[in-house]
Design a protein around this ligand. Structure first.
Ligand code: ATP
Ligand code: MG
Length: 229
């Protein structure tokens, strides 16, 4: 085991996130401490409004904490500027959003190719890798469909293919099985498990589903802005 293997992928200390100002101020995260080790699969659970998406967005470098520290593989990414954060996302992170965030005027394969374009991958390689990622989520016959021509579950799988196409070391997923029937949901979990075994992918996912939570290696529960035991 190298030193890097022992260092947590995610190390969060006394993280606070406040929205709004003055009388409209709401403290959503009230001092959160989390460590996630390399190759872990962690389920983030908690009632609606408890701050799960807020926390995942901060971990995913899409938002910044109001205070506290967040180290991603030892990098103080919370204090990076927007450009540097975007770079971290391209190098290390895959993100599956609660509401997919697919571009409606682009086909499935174009959506999946997009992060590779940002990463400067040549177009031929982009096409090959995107097609492969779509095949892994069993959408090889829907590559040229636009989001409005796809079912909810198919859109979710396109979003998963897009998050994995850059081969991230950390996958963050907000309800990755939320829009799927139980069979398709299971096949998504199997895919994550395979990637975990093949490449040691670390996964943090928000879920309301007790079966999905039970499948994870470890569960972290958020309650009223804090981690509950
Ligand atoms: N941009 C924002 N401005 C103000 N308040 C916000 C903002 N985003 C989220 N909140 C508030 O923060 C709280 C936590 O929201 P968050 O989306 O993190 O919850 P969640 O645990 O993901 O819930 P769900 O399970 O319903 O997705 C909510 O009370 C919400 O109203
Ligand atoms: Mg949420």
């Amino acid at each position: 085991m190298s030193v890097l293997d022992q260092e947590p992928v995610i190390k969060i200390r006394d993280l606070i996130k406040t929205y709004g100002e003055g009388t409209a101020e709401v403290q959503v995260l009230k001092g959160v401490d989390i460590d996630v080790g390399r190759h872990e699969i962690v389920a983030l659970c908690g009632p609606s409004g408890s701050g799960k998406s807020t926390l995942l967005n901060i971990i995913g470098c899409l938002d910044k904490p109001s205070s506290g520290t967040y180290l991603l593989e030892g990098e103080d990414v919370a204090n990076y500027d927007r450009g540097a954060q975007a770079n971290v996302r391209l190098r290390k992170l895959g993100f599956v959003f609660q509401s997919f965030h697919l571009l409606s005027d682009q086909t499935a394969i174009e959506n999946v190719m997009l992060p590779l374009q940002y990463a400067g991958v040549p177009v031929k390689e982009r096409q090959g890798r995107a097609a492969e990622a779509l095949a892994r989520v069993e959408l090889q016959d829907r590559m040229d469909h636009r989001p409005n021509q796809l079912s909810g579950g198919q859109k979710q799988r396109v979003a998963i293919a897009r998050s994995l196409v850059t081969e991230p070391s950390l996958l963050l997923a907000d309800e990755p099985t939320g829009a799927l029937d139980s069979r398709t949901g299971k096949s998504v979990l199997q895919l994550l498990e395979q990637l975990h075994e093949e490449r040691g992918l670390t996964v943090v996912m928000v879920t309301h589903d007790v079966e999905v939570a039970a499948w994870a290696h470890r569960r972290i529960a958020l309650l009223d802005g804090k981690i509950s035991a």
